[in-house]
Design a binder for this molecule. Structure first.
Ligand SMILES: C[S@@+](CC[C@H](N)C(=O)[O-])C[C@H]1O[C@@H](n2cnc3c(N)ncnc32)[C@H](O)[C@@H]1O
Length: 148
Protein backbone atom coordinates (compact mmCIF):
# COMPACT_ATOMS: atom_id res chain seq x y z
CA UNK A 1 0.00 0.00 0.00
CA UNK A 2 1.41 3.42 -0.87
CA UNK A 3 2.22 5.49 2.20
CA UNK A 4 -0.32 8.14 1.14
CA UNK A 5 -3.15 5.60 1.50
CA UNK A 6 -2.30 4.56 5.04
CA UNK A 7 -4.97 5.64 7.46
CA UNK A 8 -3.90 7.60 10.55
CA UNK A 9 -5.95 5.43 12.94
CA UNK A 10 -4.15 2.32 11.62
CA UNK A 11 -0.81 4.02 12.24
CA UNK A 12 -1.83 5.05 15.77
CA UNK A 13 -2.81 1.47 16.56
CA UNK A 14 0.37 0.08 15.00
CA UNK A 15 2.67 2.37 17.01
CA UNK A 16 0.63 2.35 20.24
CA UNK A 17 -0.55 5.96 20.37
CA UNK A 18 -3.62 6.53 22.55
CA UNK A 19 -5.12 8.66 19.75
CA UNK A 20 -6.28 5.60 17.80
CA UNK A 21 -9.14 3.12 17.96
CA UNK A 22 -8.05 1.64 21.31
CA UNK A 23 -8.92 4.85 23.15
CA UNK A 24 -9.71 8.36 21.90
CA UNK A 25 -10.21 7.95 18.15
CA UNK A 26 -8.99 11.55 17.65
CA UNK A 27 -7.08 10.21 14.65
CA UNK A 28 -10.33 10.11 12.69
CA UNK A 29 -10.65 13.88 13.06
CA UNK A 30 -6.92 14.49 12.58
CA UNK A 31 -6.94 12.41 9.39
CA UNK A 32 -9.75 14.56 8.01
CA UNK A 33 -7.96 17.79 8.92
CA UNK A 34 -4.36 16.84 8.15
CA UNK A 35 -4.80 14.72 5.01
CA UNK A 36 -4.27 17.70 2.64
CA UNK A 37 -0.84 18.34 4.25
CA UNK A 38 0.50 14.81 3.88
CA UNK A 39 2.63 15.26 0.81
CA UNK A 40 3.95 18.65 1.87
CA UNK A 41 7.19 19.58 3.59
CA UNK A 42 5.47 21.08 6.61
CA UNK A 43 6.81 21.78 10.09
CA UNK A 44 4.74 19.88 12.63
CA UNK A 45 5.03 20.34 16.40
CA UNK A 46 3.66 17.94 18.98
CA UNK A 47 3.76 18.59 22.72
CA UNK A 48 3.45 15.42 24.83
CA UNK A 49 5.03 12.25 23.47
CA UNK A 50 4.41 9.20 25.69
CA UNK A 51 1.52 8.44 28.01
CA UNK A 52 2.46 7.82 31.65
CA UNK A 53 4.31 10.99 32.68
CA UNK A 54 3.72 13.57 35.43
CA UNK A 55 0.07 13.86 34.35
CA UNK A 56 -0.22 10.37 35.95
CA UNK A 57 1.90 11.18 39.01
CA UNK A 58 5.03 9.67 37.46
CA UNK A 59 8.37 11.48 37.83
CA UNK A 60 9.28 13.65 34.82
CA UNK A 61 12.75 12.08 34.87
CA UNK A 62 11.26 8.66 34.10
CA UNK A 63 13.11 6.48 31.63
CA UNK A 64 11.35 6.68 28.27
CA UNK A 65 11.72 4.01 25.61
CA UNK A 66 9.20 4.91 22.92
CA UNK A 67 7.42 7.84 21.32
CA UNK A 68 4.44 6.29 19.53
CA UNK A 69 2.81 9.42 18.17
CA UNK A 70 6.11 10.76 16.77
CA UNK A 71 6.69 7.47 14.92
CA UNK A 72 3.12 7.80 13.64
CA UNK A 73 3.59 11.41 12.41
CA UNK A 74 6.92 10.61 10.75
CA UNK A 75 5.22 7.95 8.67
CA UNK A 76 2.00 9.88 8.07
CA UNK A 77 3.89 13.00 6.89
CA UNK A 78 6.78 11.51 4.90
CA UNK A 79 8.26 14.92 4.01
CA UNK A 80 7.56 16.87 7.20
CA UNK A 81 9.95 18.02 9.86
CA UNK A 82 8.57 16.87 13.19
CA UNK A 83 9.40 18.73 16.40
CA UNK A 84 8.59 16.99 19.67
CA UNK A 85 8.38 18.69 23.07
CA UNK A 86 7.99 17.08 26.47
CA UNK A 87 8.95 17.47 30.14
CA UNK A 88 10.49 13.98 30.02
CA UNK A 89 13.60 13.26 27.99
CA UNK A 90 13.29 11.84 24.49
CA UNK A 91 16.62 13.12 23.14
CA UNK A 92 17.74 9.51 22.57
CA UNK A 93 15.40 9.21 19.57
CA UNK A 94 17.27 10.04 16.39
CA UNK A 95 15.69 10.60 13.00
CA UNK A 96 16.77 12.95 10.21
CA UNK A 97 13.37 14.71 10.25
CA UNK A 98 12.90 14.81 14.03
CA UNK A 99 14.03 17.33 16.63
CA UNK A 100 13.34 17.17 20.37
CA UNK A 101 13.12 20.04 22.83
CA UNK A 102 12.68 19.30 26.54
CA UNK A 103 10.29 21.76 28.17
CA UNK A 104 8.13 21.97 31.26
CA UNK A 105 4.92 23.64 30.10
CA UNK A 106 4.41 24.78 33.69
CA UNK A 107 7.15 27.36 33.14
CA UNK A 108 6.44 30.35 30.93
CA UNK A 109 10.20 30.97 30.62
CA UNK A 110 10.78 27.42 29.39
CA UNK A 111 7.92 27.85 26.94
CA UNK A 112 9.53 31.07 25.65
CA UNK A 113 12.81 29.16 25.12
CA UNK A 114 10.96 26.32 23.40
CA UNK A 115 9.29 28.80 21.05
CA UNK A 116 12.65 30.47 20.35
CA UNK A 117 14.21 27.06 19.61
CA UNK A 118 11.82 26.30 16.75
CA UNK A 119 13.94 25.67 13.64
CA UNK A 120 11.19 26.92 11.29
CA UNK A 121 7.73 28.46 11.32
CA UNK A 122 5.30 25.70 12.42
CA UNK A 123 2.37 24.83 10.14
CA UNK A 124 0.62 22.65 12.72
CA UNK A 125 0.94 22.55 16.52
CA UNK A 126 -0.73 19.78 18.47
CA UNK A 127 -0.87 20.03 22.28
CA UNK A 128 -1.22 16.50 23.66
CA UNK A 129 0.73 17.11 26.88
CA UNK A 130 -0.75 17.20 30.39
CA UNK A 131 -4.12 18.69 29.29
CA UNK A 132 -3.96 20.93 32.39
CA UNK A 133 -5.54 24.25 31.42
CA UNK A 134 -2.66 26.39 32.75
CA UNK A 135 -0.21 24.37 30.61
CA UNK A 136 -2.48 24.80 27.60
CA UNK A 137 -2.65 28.55 28.27
CA UNK A 138 1.16 28.77 28.40
CA UNK A 139 1.23 26.98 25.06
CA UNK A 140 -1.29 29.41 23.59
CA UNK A 141 0.69 32.37 24.94
CA UNK A 142 4.15 31.38 23.73
CA UNK A 143 3.97 28.74 21.02
CA UNK A 144 0.76 29.12 19.06
CA UNK A 145 1.45 32.76 18.03
CA UNK A 146 4.41 31.32 16.04
CA UNK A 147 2.05 29.43 13.70
CA UNK A 148 2.22 30.21 10.00
C1 LIG B 1 -1.14 11.99 26.80
S1 LIG B 1 0.61 11.73 26.91
C2 LIG B 1 1.12 11.93 25.23
C3 LIG B 1 0.60 10.80 24.36
C4 LIG B 1 1.19 10.75 22.96
N1 LIG B 1 1.08 12.01 22.25
C5 LIG B 1 0.51 9.65 22.16
O1 LIG B 1 -0.29 9.96 21.26
O2 LIG B 1 0.79 8.48 22.43
C6 LIG B 1 1.07 13.20 27.75
C7 LIG B 1 2.54 13.63 27.70
O3 LIG B 1 2.63 14.95 28.27
C8 LIG B 1 3.87 15.06 28.96
N2 LIG B 1 3.75 16.09 29.98
C9 LIG B 1 3.13 16.02 31.18
N3 LIG B 1 3.29 17.15 31.87
C10 LIG B 1 4.03 17.99 31.09
C11 LIG B 1 4.55 19.31 31.27
N4 LIG B 1 4.35 20.00 32.41
N5 LIG B 1 5.26 19.85 30.27
C12 LIG B 1 5.49 19.15 29.12
N6 LIG B 1 5.04 17.90 28.90
C13 LIG B 1 4.32 17.32 29.88
C14 LIG B 1 4.12 13.69 29.53
O4 LIG B 1 5.49 13.47 29.82
C15 LIG B 1 3.56 12.76 28.44
O5 LIG B 1 4.60 12.40 27.57
Amino acid sequence: MSSNKINLTELADRYGSDKGSTKHRYTELYHMLFHPFRGRKINFVEMGLLIGGPEHGIDKDRVTDDLPSIRMWLEYFPKANIIGMDVSDFSWFKHERFMFHRVDMDSLDEMKNAAASLPAVPDIILDDASHASHHQQNGFLELFPKLA
